[in-house]
Design a protein around this ligand. Structure first.
Ligand SMILES: [Fe+2]
Length: 472
């Protein structure tokens, strides 16, 4: 058996390492053991190197399909065996045994030297149901863990976090605190720069050692940043492949409850034509084709920064008008290593609540930049702070609470939409130039029919007309 063989090899190697130390004098041995023990405590690489035992590690959940009925699980493997699996069963049927469990074969691909990447997709799951699973192969299974499938309900919470990039152990402790305080979190969003050097496998090891104990239970949906846009990011994370051709997984979207969430690779958002047109066209169709009540975006570079960084102009010129046209509500970003929330903005001008887009810069790691320019669009700013944002959706109400690493509230924001906002919509398309339209509210348009048009038969089926009220 492959697993048994690996264990025998491990024992031989360990014996060879330990043997020379027996020749040390007792005092030397005591000092060595003390150093070795301290090293294992301080260095999570040593403490958590499952790769040395042949066990699967860096187990992470995400979604590549419907969150309500599917679950995607990825992990790292150091085994040279060809086949690995996910075994899973309903938590109600689990009695400390996987006898009778369902099994899905993983797709195994090269990750980097000495390691493979495994991906298993579970489908036809029951909504809002807990499952127990393990990954690996005979003789080398991971510890059992659980996940709960998504809900169709419009009341749920998720966590948003900005850049990690430094201080992985502290970040991991903060994650544990977050899930302990918010046990009903449905998923996490992470806005890029997960590591500082995306080519450095040691950094990824530190990141996943911190992330996996939490995100092997709830899905993590990341955006890529400027530091981690490397093959390891794209090989490791399994993301929805519903983005534009040539940019799959870099641009993707998914629905949860009454939210539509689109995730963008902002490194590509200065792309030259024809890619620029392709990306914009995809985003426009993706957002406008969604009838979800809340439309959220996540990417890395902030269009409205704390400190002007040379990127914001491009976003304000080329992308923000599209976001506003499509009725985006909230944009989650990072990169500037501060926490900042803007006032609602439209055309670069501060608006009343609900009449502009709110931009949230997150920073969850331990790399800090000072604040800077005192822009009038800044509603709240915190520097020198590791923080996370708990977002709660309750029907037509969006609530964001920002907390520092100790769990203390540092900022909050609530936005409510008129409840009939999403009560119905109709899709109509003019057969020829029959109307003028104007965006007057987040996601809502007023259409003025041209004088010469008398009958609605000139419309058929692609332009959305939202039924709204409470508009002056
Ligand atoms: Fe960055």
């Amino acid at each position: 058996m492959g697993g048994a063989k690996i264990k025998e090899v491990d024992i031989v190697l360990l014996s060879k390492k330990i043997k020379p130390y027996f020749k040390m004098r007792a005092s030397s041995l005591a000092i060595f053991l003390l150093i070795f023990t301290l090293s294992a405590v301080v260095n999570p690489n040593m403490a958590m190197a499952n790769s040395q035992t042949g066990l699967p590690d860096q187990i992470m959940l995400s979604w590549t399909d419907d969150p309500v009925t599917t679950q995607t699980i990825v992990w790292r493997s150091s085994a040279d065996t060809k086949s690995e699996w996910v075994q899973y069963l309903s938590a109600a049927d689990y009695n400390d045994s996987f006898i009778g469990a369902l099994e899905v074969a993983a797709v195994k691909t090269e990750l980097y030297a000495g390691y493979s990447h495994c991906e298993g997709i579970l489908s036809e799951l029951s909504p809002d149901s807990e499952y127990i699973y393990r990954v690996g192969r005979e003789g080398a299974w991971s510890e059992p863990a659980s996940f709960t499938t998504g809900i169709s309900d419009d009341k749920f919470s998720f966590v948003y976090m900005g850049d990690v990039q430094k201080g992985y152990e502290n970040w991991g402790e903060m994650l544990q605190h977050i899930v302990a305080e918010n046990p009903s979190l449905k998923f996490g969003l992470l806005g890029g720069d997960l590591v500082d050097d995306g080519y450095n496998t040691d950094e990824w090891e530190l990141f996943f050692n911190a992330a996996s104990p939490v995100f092997n239970k709830i899905p993590l949906m990341p955006a890529v940043g400027n530091h981690d846009d490397t093959p390891i990011f794209w090989k490791f994370f399994a993301l929805p492949e519903n983005g534009p051709e040539g940019f799959k997984e870099e641009f993707y979207s998914f629905d949860y409850g009454n939210c539509h969430i689109a995730v963008l690779n902002s490194n590509k958002m200065g792309a030259a034509k024809p890619y620029y047109d392709k990306l914009k066209c995809w985003l426009q169709q993706d957002i406008e084709n969604s009838s979800q009540q809340w439309k959220l975006l996540m990417f890395h570079y902030p269009p409205y920064p704390v400190v002007d960084d040379g990127h914001s102009y491009n976003f304000q010129e080329s992308w923000v008008p599209l976001f506003e046209q499509c009725g985006v509500d909230i944009v989650f970003v990072g990169h500037q290593h501060v926490y900042m929330r803007t006032k609602p903005l439209r055309n670069g001008q501060v608006q009343a609540d609900g009449e502009g887009i709110v931009y949230v810069i997150g920073n969850s790691g331990s790399k800090f930049y000072p604040g800077g320019d005192n822009h009038d669009y800044i509603a709240h700013q915190e520097t020198n702070i590791s923080s996370y944002q708990i977002v709660t959706i309750n029907g037509n109400t969006f609530t964001l609470i920002a907390r520092n690493a100790d769990g203390q509230e540092t900022d909050s924001y609530t936005l409510s939409k008129p409840s009939p906002y999403n009560s119905q919509h109709n899709k109509i398309t003019p057969l020829w130039d029959a109307y003028n339209s104007e965006n007057i509210y987040s996601g809502a348009s007023v259409m003025t029919i041209n004088d010469i048009i008398f009958r609605m038969k000139y419309f058929c089926d692609t332009i959305k007309a939202y039924a709204v009220n409470n508009l002056n």
